[in-house]
Design a protein. Structure first.
Length: 180
C-alpha cells in the first residue's frame, strides 16, 4: 500500500480540534504506519510542503497570515478537509463579525477594556493584521470534505480518514455531520 502524505494545519481555532485528533489514542500508531506525516503543529516543520495528499485544516480565516497560508495549502494539497465547526462555519472565531470589523474589535479589547498601558497591538511581520471579517475556509478556497463538530470526535476523525487511507472518499452522514 502506498503511504499518503498527511498534513494538519492550525488557523483561527482554539486547537481543540487538534486535541481531539490526539484522542485517536492507539489508532495513531496504526495511522503512523500508513502515512507520511509531512506538516502539522505536532511537528517542527516550518514550511508547508508540496504534494500533500490529505490535509485537515482547523480554524477559520481570521488574519492575513491565515489568508496566505490557506492559498498555499490549497495549491499544494490534493484533498482538503475543513476540520471542525470553526473551519466549516466560522463558529467561535467568527463571533466577532457582528462588531463590524477589525478596528472596533481591537479597540474594545486593547483600549476600552484595558486596565494598564492601553495600546493597540501591531508590529509588521510579527503580529498579523486581523481581517475585517472572519471567513469559513470554503468561502476562500474549495473544500473537498466537511468534518463538522466542536470539536469533531476522534471516532468522526477516524471515520473520515480510514476510507482515504484505502483510496476512497468518506461518506459521512447522520451523527457524523452534526454541528457542535
Ligand atoms: Fe475549537 Fe471548536 Fe473551533 Fe475546533 S471547532 S477550533 S474545538 S472552537
Amino acid at each position: 500500500m502506498n503511504h499518503i502524505n498527511l498534513a494538519t494545519v492550525w488557523l483561527g481555532g482554539c486547537s481543540g480540534c487538534h486535541m481531539s485528533f490526539l484522542d485517536l489514542d492507539e489508532w495513531l500508531f496504526t495511522l503512523a504506519d500508513q502515512v507520511n506525516w509531512v506538516y502539522s503543529p505536532f511537528m517542527d516543520v516550518k514550511v508547508y510542503p508540496n504534494h500533500v495528499d490529505v490535509v485537515l485544516v482547523e480554524g477559520a480565516i481570521a488574519n492575513r497570515d491565515h489568508l496566505h497560508m490557506i492559498y498555499d495549502v490549497r495549491e499544494r494539497s490534493r484533498i482538503l478537509i475543513s476540520f471542525g465547526d470553526c473551519a466549516v462555519t466560522g463558529n467561535v472565531t467568527a463571533l466577532r463579525n457582528p462588531l463590524g470589523g477589525a478596528t472596533p474589535v481591537l479597540e474594545r479589547c486593547y483600549l476600552e477594556l484595558s486596565d494598564h498601558h492601553a495600546q493597540l497591538p501591531g508590529d509588521d511581520g510579527i503580529v498579523p493584521p486581523l481581517l475585517d471579517r472572519v471567513l469559513p475556509v470554503h468561502t476562500v478556497v474549495p473544500v473537498d470534505i466537511y468534518l463538522p463538530g466542536c470539536p469533531p470526535s476522534a471516532e468522526r476523525i477516524r471515520a473520515a480518514l480510514e476510507p482515504l487511507l484505502q483510496g476512497t472518499m468518506p461518506h459521512l452522514q447522520g451523527e457524523q455531520i452534526r454541528f457542535g
